[in-house]
Design a protein around this ligand. Structure first.
Ligand code: F0G
Length: 365
């Protein structure tokens, strides 16, 4: 088994974030960005690459918005196997592209969105015998189940009322639901939590499907042909695991939301300022709790866990633009956060007063 110390990620009870989302009790934050390659993907890929090596796969492959590719590249290097990753050209963050290349993956930049990259890698896997390690691969799902099991263990097997997470290709919500149902069937928890998946409004085919199913129980997924969101990790129009995910949402009395980028970035700014930090897509987990509390679907006194799927440094460009106020329609969270300064004490006195909004304190005696 290939391992780099996946899991055992931090679980934080954040009071400022609980207040921000409107909960009277704690909001539990499970930070999956604390995995070895800084996203939740490591839990599934350590299992999947280990088994692929045992199954004598020669070349590993995936389509990715950047986190799966980083993780696959790392475990493929540990396994001593080559890997080829298919990414949407120009639509993956610099941090993720650099990380993927650094671990030695060969990168194919596909013109179009993640959905085209996914279609192409599936055809390539079939035609050239590549070992396909996207979350359509059941080994991935088995590994990712450990997020839920570890969370329940940390909560002494007292299930929270809700677990909220970002959703894109829908592997993670499928794994979470499966783990929760299995834990319940085994008697490890005495009731099932409800789950909520949160999509970006510009890439929300699953949220639309779940809404449509309330009118028509036989409705099927209609892909979003031009998915768009600043949260590039979840910029996906045709999620592969929608059938599995739908089964879990229906079994766990779940909700699926579509939130505008402004709400995701507001949540990101709040998570970052709480000292915890995450990449933009991950913030959907906390934005979703806030929305569900505001709509009265989550009670103010509920016990809620949200899953941050990736690390703050996965997308430094977007974070810098957010704080510089250069994202259209999104005001900087703290307008006076940075400025240039000349190297003199006089200039510094003025700069400090500007940054702090008041004169600097007198020297300590
Ligand atoms: N959050 C982050 C940070 C992700 O990278 C992803 C998916 C998700 C949430 C959504 O999880 O697809 O299981 O519903 N990233 C994939 C990738 C698509 O290629 O890295 P999901």
């Amino acid at each position: 088994m290939l391992a780099r110390g996946e899991g055992n990620t931090g679980l934080y009870a954040s009071r400022p974030l609980a207040e921000w989302v409107g909960l009277s009790g704690d909001l539990w934050i499970k930070h999956e960005g604390e995995n070895p390659t800084a996203s939740f993907k490591d839990r599934g890929l350590c299992v999947a690459v280990s088994l692929a090596r045992r199954a004598d796969c020669r070349v590993l492959a995936c389509a990715s918005t950047g986190n799966t590719s980083s993780s696959l590249a790392s475990y493929a290097a540990l396994a001593g196997l080559p890997c080829v990753v298919f990414v949407p050209a120009g639509k993956i963050s610099t941090g993720k592209l650099a990380q993927t290349l650094a671990y030695g993956a060969r990168v194919l930049e596909v013109e179009g969105s993640f959905d085209e990259a996914m279609r192409l890698v599936e055809e390539a896997a079939e035609a050239f015998g590549l070992g396909l390690l996207n979350s359509v691969n059941p080994w991935r799902i088995e590994g990712q189940k450990s997020i839920a099991l570890e969370l329940l263990d940390e909560l002494d097997w007292e299930a929270p009322d809700w677990i909220v997470l970002p959703s894109g290709n829908l592997g993670n919500i499928s794994a979470l639901g499966k783990a929760l149902r299995e834990a319940h069937a085994a008697g490890l928890i005495d009731r099932l939590p409800r789950i909520a998946g949160v999509q970006a409004a510009g890439a929300a085919p699953f949220a639309r499907l779940v809404a449509a199913r309330r009118e028509n129980a036989a409705a099927e997924l209609l892909p979003e042909l031009a998915p768009e969101t600043l949260a590039t990790a979840i910029r996906i129009g045709k999620p592969r695991s929608w059938r599995k995910a739908l089964r879990e949402v229906e079994a766990l009395d779940g909700e699926v939301l579509a939130l505008p980028d402004e709400e995701l970035l507001d949540a990101k700014a709040a998570i970052d300022a709480a000292g915890i930090g995450c990449e933009p897509a991950s913030a959907a987990a906390v934005a979703g709790v806030r929305r569900l509390v505001a709509e009265g679907k989550i009670e103010r006194g509920a016990r809620v866990a949200s899953i941050l799927t990736g690390h703050l440094l996965k997308d430094p460009d977007l974070t810098a633009r957010l704080h510089d106020g250069s994202l259209p329609g999104v005001p900087a969270p703290r307008p006076r956060a940075r400025r240039r300064v000349a190297s003199s004490l006089d200039a510094l006195r003025e700069a400090l007063a500007d940054l702090l909004g008041r004169a600097p304190p007198p020297p300590l005696r």
